[in-house]
Design a protein around this ligand. Structure first.
Ligand code: DP6
Length: 362
């Protein structure tokens, strides 16, 4: 008898860094956020996850998944199960509607995913990882154009909230939505990478130690205990989303920097306002904040505008944004003031965005 047919697809997805942060879920199972967020998708060449999925009747042990070469138990992860089941379900209904389609939705899957950056560096590996998983399954099952990129983002969201934003390149908003079933909680493109190609991101790896409080646990601690987070959700983020949208559309770096830094500081204030308090930034992170604030203060005196923006996720590493012409000065500045710090891992990410990963599907 001939070997059973094996279907295979490979896709990659980049990391994204939020400039308006997602922090808090209103539904932890469906991963529905308490507020809208907005991010910049980084360059595919530097920080990305690459995933290959194969489906075959020959895989007798059922679905299996390897992450950076180590097997993970799919059945132990509700998030992995949700993404795989959702993609299968759509394929199955298409097979039922179109008899010419190969019957592959019930075939066991083998999935391998690799990051081209150290997972320990505290960079957003779950965002690129789940985005790459969903993009790959969508390619394997030919789910597009039946499903749009925003539809796929709704599936990736159930793997990790921030993953929904990595399906698009450039500037991306995650609309929190209001529906209890999550049908309107999805990512949309605010502007493509080509809109503002001179915007650059620099990642300063302050520490590659694993973070103390993972974001998933930390944000729900904040939801349960922080009055400041409630204020942020109701009174701070809605206005900031509007301002950030304007900054991106107008390529207004000064406004982009102001809103980005204010939002990072507000998010870390909410972490501190949590009981017990969560400290993500360390002394080096705070010293970078002071350095950039000082640099911007002299720049405002000179030109009336800011030149650099910092933002920090749930860890001590700084992401700096600047216009391309400023990058050499910013790199020199950081290296001058932190000659002994571990900044060897400063990535200079040329290009603020990346193409949607699944468009490169094979
Ligand atoms: C601080 O997306 O990692 O990076 O949805 O529980 O997987 P889960 O959380 P995750 O949280 C990211 C938080 C953040 C801000 C952001 O990316 O918007």
């Amino acid at each position: 008898m001939a070997d059973p047919k094996t279907y295979t697809a490979t896709c990659s997805a980049p990391v994204n860094i939020a400039v308006i942060k997602y922090w808090g879920k209103r539904d932890t199972s469906l991963i529905l956020p308490t507020n809208d967020s907005l991010s910049v998708t980084l360059d595919q060449d530097h920080l990305r996850s690459v995933t290959t999925a194969s489906a075959s009747a020959a895989f007798e042990a059922g679905d299996r998944l390897w992450l950076n070469g180590i097997e993970e138990q799919i059945k132990d992860s509700k998030r992995l199960l949700a993404c795989i089941q959702e993609c299968r379900k759509v394929r199955k209904s298409r097979e039922e509607a179109d008899a010419s389609l190969a019957k592959m939705s019930d075939l066991p899957l083998h999935i391998c995913s690799e990051n081209n950056f150290p997972t320990a560096a505290g960079l957003a590996s779950s965002a690129s990882g789940f985005a790459a998983l969903v993009a790959t399954l969508a390619s394997l099952y030919s789910l597009q154009p039946t499903l749009s990129t925003s539809d796929l983002s709704r599936i990736a969201r159930q793997g990790s909230g921030s993953a929904c934003r990595s399906l698009f390149g450039g500037f991306v908003a995650w609309q929190s939505g209001t529906s209890p079933d999550g049908s309107d909680s999805l990512a949309v493109e605010v502007a493509p990478k080509s809109h503002w190609p001179s915007l650059q991101a620099l990642i300063c790896v302050v520490s590659d130690a694993k973070k103390g409080t993972p974001s998933t646990a930390g944000m729900q601690q904040s939801v349960a205990t922080s009055p400041l987070l409630q204020h942020r959700i109701k009174n701070v983020v809605p206005g900031r989303m509007v301002e950030m949208g304007k900054a991106v559309q107008a390529k207004d770096f000064d406004l982009f920097a102001e809103v980005t830094m204010n939002d990072s500081n507000n998010f870390h204030a909410c972490a501190l306002d949590t009981s017990p308090p969560i400290f993500y930034m360390n002394d080096t992170s705070r010293a970078i904040v002071q350095l950039i604030e000082e640099y911007n203060r002299s720049s405002i005196e000179e030109t009336g505008k800011r030149r650099v923006a910092y933002t920090y996720d749930a860890g001590p590493n700084a992401v700096l944004y600047a216009e391309e012409k400023e990058v050499p000065t910013v790199l020199a500045l950081v290296r001058h003031y932190f000659p002994n710090a571990d900044f060897d891992d400063t990535f200079n990410l040329l290009g603020a965005g990346a193409n949607a990963s699944h468009r490169g599907a094979q």
